[in-house]
Design a protein around this ligand. Structure first.
Ligand SMILES: *[C@@H]1O[C@H](CO)[C@@H](O)[C@H](O)[C@H]1NC(C)=O
Length: 282
């Protein structure tokens, strides 16, 4: 069987995939500059972090603080615009996003570059430094990017992990990594048709007792809804995740703690230990 990470990469880069049907790739940029109260958002770059793309609200109200999302793309792509609409949507809700890869960059990234981004946040060299809430960091990613994110789970500066259409590549990896994570891990999967379905399901199952976790499956397959304006339903769910776990928005927490909104949107959900997520409002 093909190595799973390779398969993720193949799926992200192939135009026709392994069978006759075009394979949904995830990403594909999407559109929209975000619908949130901090919007519109847009991307930029800084020379002091030359291998990444930054997403921020265009007008940040003075005195406000933005928590941080470090994001890994499908295929571990080095194009920081692959999830542009989705990441603008997140940023427009008051999050500073650092995507792996440069605008229209080529090739692949690795999790070491996520650590570089995290170190950069803490170095204070960003133009955005005064706005950054460094005590609130999520590391998340889609498909191969989710596998990258797992590599930073043990870093004490990381508060939670978001696994989008992803999961670890083998039962041994799940035991070695997922089974040891005590911080919150949220899964956003594409249902049985998602090639990462079994992997994400397995990771959810093996988390240690007590680890706060939520898992939703929306029956759209591996590509999610990222290419829809503002990231579609995955954009909505991701926004709720970050509003709650990074900004301490109690209303947004209800998307996860009370299944009604998610279920109505088509997500099949499971959750455990969510009372372990306690975040004071920013
Ligand atoms: C909190 O989240 C809810 C639901 O996502 C949203 O409608 C509301 O505007 C948010 N509140 C703040 C202060 O951002």
């Amino acid at each position: 069987m093909m190595n799973f990470k390779t398969l993720f990469v193949v799926l992200a880069t192939a135009t026709t995939g392994l069978n006759a049907n075009p394979v949904p790739q995830g990403g594909n940029q999407g559109s929209g500059s975000g619908t949130g109260p901090f919007g519109p958002a847009s991307y930029s770059t800084e020379g002091s972090l030359s291998s990444h793309t930054l997403y921020a609200p265009k007008n940040i109200p003075s005195g406000s603080k933005l928590p941080i999302l470090i994001w890994g793309n499908g295929g571990c792509s080095a194009n920081g615009l692959d999830f542009q609409g989705f990441l603008n949507e997140i940023s427009s809700h008051g999050v500073f996003v650092i995507s792996q890869g440069t605008p229209n960059g080529r090739g692949q990234t690795n999790s070491g570059q996520m650590k570089t981004a995290l170190d950069w946040v803490f170095s204070g060299s960003s133009k955005y430094h005064q706005y950054l809430e460094k005590s609130r960091v999520s590391v998340s990613g889609m498909s191969c990017g989710g596998v990258e994110a797992y590599d930073l789970a043990g870093d004490s500066r990381v508060g939670n992990i978001g696994i989008f259409n992803s999961g670890l590549m083998s039962p041994a990896d799940s035991q070695r990594i997922a089974a040891t994570i005590r911080k919150p891990v949220f899964f956003f999967l594409g249902g049985r048709g998602d090639i990462a379905y079994e992997n994400g399901e397995r990771d959810y199952r093996v988390l240690p007792q007590g680890t706060p976790s939520w898992k939703g499956n929306l029956d759209v397959g591996h590509g999610g809804t990222y290419s829809q304006p503002n990231g579609g339903k995955f954009g909505v769910a991701a926004v709720r995740f970050f509003q709650w776990t990074l900004r301490g928005n109690a209303t947004a927490s209800q998307f996860f703690t009370n299944d009604a909104e998610a279920t109505q949107a088509g997500w099949q959900v499971e959750k455990k230990n969510l009372n372990g997520v306690q975040v004071t409002p920013l």
